[in-house]
Design a protein around this ligand. Structure first.
Ligand code: SF4
Ligand code: SF4
Length: 290
């Protein structure tokens, strides 16, 4: 059996609801049909993970994600304010004769503990979410789930990526969160290729530009899949031409596809001919990143 070089593809879109998870799950299923390659699926959309609804994994392992939150011992604290100066997140403040920590703002970076001249700061672990892994038929599946009300997705995504390093796979598909903020950047980081997904509307194009800009800043090559394409929105094609952004696939705007996905079916269930398209996209990506 000939093994290819490991390949990591992040699937991203500037906004939610464009069909990013539809593409990511169907890409993974199509590649898993090629039994010479092992496929790992990482659901990094930790605020609202939903790839499990389509891939239906059975989880066999689970792990808590914790960050270390400072706690100030007032008997040792001199209220010098050094911790507040070093904190980038305004998560610790000296108010008169008290030093307060705001756990909802704290990123657990440890800078305040390191800088405190009187060792007045101790750190206590606080759970912010969980990691789960298991199998969805032949696909290795892992995801992070952020606790409700927690503001920090990045440490969960970072730990998820680290946690699965011990599970080798030829192809990793990363389902990134929507948007262009830090969690998206963290999930894209370390990928060989970013597969952007958009829809042919002014909003879709606006958010595609932002996501594409992030990919360019990370210096990672990109390609595009257009979802719900009706061939009418020429501005998107003009953008792709001007930016040299290759369009790998146009998923047609069809009621049967929308209904099937709403009922929990994958795109490759609904349009089996896309299996070959996704396998060819992967080969094209391999040729680009080579
Ligand atoms: S650096 Fe230490 S001593 Fe100074 S205010 Fe912060 S906790 Fe107190
Ligand atoms: S651990 Fe980092 S983020 Fe949290 S209060 Fe200290 S310096 Fe601020």
């Amino acid at each position: 059996m000939m093994h290819q070089t490991p390949l990591k593809i992040a699937v991203a879109s500037g906004k939610g609801g464009t069909g990013k998870t539809t593409v990511a799950t169907s890409l993974a299923l199509s590649l898993a049909k090629n039994l010479t390659e092992t496929v790992m699926f990482l659901d990094c959309d930790v605020e609202a993970p939903n790839a499990h609804l389509f891939l239906k994994p059975e989880f066999s392992d689970q792990k808590q994600v914790e960050v270390l939150i400072p706690r100030v011992n007032e008997t040792l604290c001199t209220h010098c304010g050094k911790c507040t100066e070093v904190c980038q997140f305004q998560a610790i403040a000296v108010l008169g004769q008290r030093t307060l920590v705001f756990p909802q703002l704290c990123h657990g970076c440890g800078s305040c503990t390191m800088i405190c001249p009187t060792n007045a700061i101790q750190e206590n672990p606080k759970s912010i979410g969980i990691l789960q892994k298991g199998k969805a038929e032949q696909i290795e599946f892992a995801r992070g789930v952020m606790d409700i009300g927690e503001p920090m997705a990045v440490p969960i995504i970072r730990q998820l990526k680290k946690w699965v390093k011990s599970t080798p796979s030829q192809i990793t598909i990363v389902d990134s969160p929507p948007g262009t903020a830090c969690p998206v950047v963290e999930s894209m980081r370390g990928s060989d290729f970013i597969l952007l997904v958009t829809e042919p509307t002014p909003f879709g194009l606006h958010d595609l530009r932002l996501a594409h800009q992030v990919a360019k800043e990370l210096n990672i090559p990109t390609g595009l899949i257009i979802n719900r394409d009706n061939g009418e929105f020429k501005e998107l094609d003009n953008y792709c031409k001007a930016e040299n952004l290759p369009v790998f696939l146009r998923i047609p705007f069809q009621r049967t596809i929308a209904e099937g996905i709403a009922n929990g079916h994958t795109l490759v269930d609904i349009l089996p001919e896309t299996i070959l398209s996704f396998q060819e996209i992967c080969q094209t990506i391999r040729n680009i990143v080579k």
